[in-house]
Ligand binder design. Structure first.
Ligand code: GTP
Ligand code: ZN
Length: 349
């Protein structure tokens, strides 16, 4: 039986710098996140190897040491004597590459427990940590299976918790609805604007962006997209804005800021994600589909330029009857970001 709470406990343990065991018996790995380790914990953990993401391994030129045919699979390397905590951090964090350009030599080891390794990297993403681990033998603070990690990400347990009237600047007649999963700290919300009139609602999926939504960052288009979407939905008479707690396209605030540092070194927004060891877009739009279903809306018009959002909602059973573009004028700070969205992931206007 899979247990989402076991995965939640593992996420907490990783954030607190405690070792966890991922997987059963011989197919398991005991890991300590490099980012939350310190010298004392490391000394008692006595790791024999390091687990890295495929994206990071590619940057470290470990590709030639890996099994052929496993493109972005995780990579295990031996812990050579030079790999102390600072050495491991330098191996794990691509934003430090300019400061410590020369690292190695590395020795890639066979990775027999790929499923456990992949689940560990997914837990790091959920925890908002760099996807890099010491691997060793120690009493784990949490034990988790890959199935538990999948259960943590499943959307069936997402439920409406409460709702309230919420007049907003863009629409005085609005209601906010809050959603939770029992095991998950993330609280997603929907703003229902206007009153249902029998037509499919105009819907916007907005992924959290602290820098853009709150601070007015000019690096992205999130702030103007949020206000533009609310205006458009208000103007349409009725619709729904889903505010999804998927900061940084699902990699978390801190990792997004790391991606910004990499973009300042010349990598585009997608390559930055991959170099950190994540997917180009790590969001899960099944959450949005579940929210719409709970709100009784299975037919919608979707405000987006991103064809992947349309595909993901359709795959999750939502009938997207129309894609409505949401164009925001570029500024000198975000034009390269907007170009990357168009050229690399087919964003359309
Ligand atoms: N990892 C990462 N996330 C970013 C970056 N810039 C913005 N984001 C995040 O991207 C998300 C915003 O994406 P959306 O506004 O949904 O945009 P989109 O997927 O491009 O699609 P549409 O706006 O619907 O066309 C937010 O979670 C931001 O925090 C970046 O450079 N790196
Ligand atoms: Zn943003």
């Amino acid at each position: 039986m899979s247990d989402a709470r076991a995965a939640a406990r593992a996420v907490d343990a990783l954030r607190r710098g405690w070792p966890i065991r991922v997987g059963d018996g011989g197919a398991g790995l005991t890991v300590l996140a490099v980012e939350s380790a310190d010298d004392v914990r490391l000394a008692s953990f006595a790791p024999h190897s390091l687990l890295l993401s495929g994206g990071r391994a590619a940057t470290l030129k470990l590709a030639n040491q890996r099994d052929a045919g496993h493109g972005d699979a995780p990579v295990l390397i031996a812990r050579a004597p030079w790999i102390d905590l600072a050495g491991a951090v330098a191996i794990s964090d691509p934003t430090l590459d300019l400061a410590t350009p020369l690292k190695g030599p590395f020795e890639a080891l066979p990775l027999v427990n790929r499923e456990a390794a992949t689940a560990a990297l997914e837990l790091a993403r959920i925890a908002g940590l760099l996807p890099a681990f010491f691997v060793g033998e120690a009493e784990p603070a949490a034990i988790v299976t890959p199935a538990d990690v999948s259960a943590h990400e499943a959307v069936e347990s997402l439920a409406i918790v409460t709702r309230a009237r919420l007049p907003v600047a863009a629409a005085e007649i609005s209601e906010i609805v809050a959603f939770r999963r029992p095991h998950d700290a993330a609280e997603h919300v929907a703003l229902i604007v206007g009153r249902p009139d029998g037509t499919p609602p105009l819907v916007r999926l907005h992924s959290e962006c602290l820098t853009g939504d709150v601070l007015g960052s000019l690096r992205c288009d999130c702030g103007p997209q949020l206000s533009g979407a609310l205006r458009a939905i208000g103007g349409a008479g009725w619709g729904i804005l889903l505010y999804l707690r998927q900061e940084g396209r699902g990699i978390g605030l801190v990792n997004k800021l790391r991606a910004y540092r990499l973009q300042d070194q010349g990598f585009d927004t997608y390559d930055a994600n991959v170099r950190l060891g994540f997917a180009m877009d790590a969001r899960d739009f099944r959450v949005a589909a579940r929210m719409l279903t709970l709100l009784g809306q299975s037919r919608i018009r979707l405000l987006t330029n991103n064809p992947a959002k349309v595909d993901a909602l359709r795959a999750a059973g939502i009938a997207v009857q129309e894609r409505v573009p949401l164009a925001i004028p570029a500024n000198p700070h975000n034009h390269a970001y907007l170009d990357a969205k168009r050229d690399r992931t087919g964003h359309q206007l």
